[in-house]
Design a protein around this ligand. Structure first.
Ligand code: ZN
Ligand code: ZN
Length: 421
């Protein structure tokens, strides 16, 4: 298994795909799950397309489907995806018992991977072959752990009861993918749900059964549409979209903090205009809001809309706001945290168990967790410690591959504990 996990990881690492374009990854995962006799859901059977956020335009999707096929994806499986990546796999043992779901995210980052010889994927021949995309967050490891876990479950189905659902989720980066999975209803009958992440400031040998400090977040793309005009001859005929966007950007950052807890806002990108002597017709800003609670994020979002509208009115331009990502806060259920703590204590490779570890960022597993909890199920998010070569999302990111085996043990022991006969 150790070798298998490493091979999976290195293969996914070499052929990374960013959010909503994980066609090769999906095809490989789906093929294996079919071989192991899972019920495999793809495309619109896996996701509710009306909740898909931040998916690239159709021409980009088609290009990536083509690349996936060139890089070995099965064409029949690709067809079943109907342009949507991600897999939901179900194994029903036929015996009465709980329904347990695990989530593994499969997407990569928009990062050009380092070619430096000190970077192991480079020196050992599994550096990304795809330009401007890299597994810089460790989701290649998550996918590998998910496949190892899937094989274990299939091989031990006669010793298990209840139902097991494995979610290989697209587009976690930018918190775009979970909502479409959650709204399809896969989690409505789930009793136990576990997701997790490797690395995240915990060294190899560390484990935390409980993540806290999830920030609720919303990602917006805002387009201001004005009117171009000759900047010398008749500037008054123009409507300046650049100034609207710039005014919005500055005033968005002036939203007051809130006394109930921490909030964040960032305008990360502003593109506008076409030339020096033209009143700018078009401007686009990409921004995000965050909050320690869902309410605090909503406060930021509400204020942000007011600023955006105000800026559009000031410059008499049209505005279009697109929500391209969304996640809530999340609370792990103590009952499941206790079970996971006991499991980790039984795994000798863990010499340090951290009771509670702060994420300090956003994760759309929170959307799945909330869905499970809404229906009375228990959810938890764990951290699998791993030494990392550079920070998450850095071009030299790499992790200690022994974490793959530790992750495999956590998930398989959890299955045995919750679904063992
Ligand atoms: Zn990430
Ligand atoms: Zn990640």
């Amino acid at each position: 298994m150790k070798e298998k996990l490493q091979n999976y990881r290195r293969d996914f690492h070499k052929f990374p795909e960013s959010g909503w374009t994980e066609f090769r990854t999906t095809a490989i995962v789906a093929q294996l799950l079919m071989d192991w006799n899972y019920e495999v859901l793809l495309g619109r059977d896996a996701i509710d397309e009306s909740y898909v956020m931040g998916r690239p335009e159709e021409s980009v999707i088609q290009k990536h489907i083509q690349r996936a096929i060139e890089q070995g994806a099965d064409e029949e499986i690709i067809k079943k995806m109907e342009g949507y990546s991600g897999v939901v796999a179900i194994l029903d043992t036929g015996r009465t018992g709980p329904t347990t779901a695990f989530r593994f995210d499969i997407d990569a980052n928009d990062v050009e991977e380092s070619t430096n010889e000190s970077h192991r994927p480079s020196s050992e021949g599994f550096r990304s072959v795809n330009p401007d995309v890299m597994h810089a967050c460790g989701h290649d490891g998550h996918t590998a752990i998910g496949l190892g876990t899937a094989e274990f479950i299939a091989n031990n189905r006669n010793d298990l009861k209840g139902k097991i659902i494995l979610i290989f989720q697209p587009a976690e980066e930018g918190v775009r993918g979970a909502r479409a999975i959650a709204e399809k209803g896969h989690l409505d009958q789930v009793d136990y749900f576990v997701a997790g992440h490797l690395g995240f400031n915990l060294d190899s040998g560390y484990f935390s059964p409980k993540a806290s400090g999830f920030l609720a977040t919303t990602k917006l793309d805002v387009t201001f549409r004005g009117k171009s005009a000759h900047a010398g001859a008749e500037p008054e005929a123009g409507k300046n979209a650049l100034l609207a966007a710039a005014t919005a950007a500055i005033n968005l950052h002036a939203i007051s903090p809130h006394s109930h807890g921490s909030t964040r806002l960032n305008v990360g990108q502003l593109t506008a205009g076409t030339g020096r002597n033209v009143i700018p017709e078009l401007a686009v800003i990409k921004l995000e809001t965050r909050g320690e609670t869902t309410e605090l994020n909503e406060y930021m979002l509400d204020k942000a809309y007011k600023v955006l509208n105000g800026a559009a009115v000031m410059y008499d331009v049209e505005m279009d706001v697109k929500k391209v990502g969304e996640a809530g806060t999340a609370e792990c259920d103590e009952e499941l945290v206790t079970i996971l703590t006991e499991i980790a204590k039984g795994i000798p490779e863990f010499d340090n168990i951290v009771e509670d570890h702060k994420l300090g960022g956003s994760e759309d597993a929170s959307v799945l967790m909330a869905k499970v909890q809404e229906h009375g199920g228990k959810a938890a998010y764990v951290f699998l410690g791993s030494k990392i070569a550079a920070g998450h999302h850095n071009s030299k990111f790499d992790f200690d591959e022994t974490v793959l085996e530790r992750g495999y043990k956590v998930f398989t022991h959890t299955v045995k504990k919750l679904n063992g006969v």
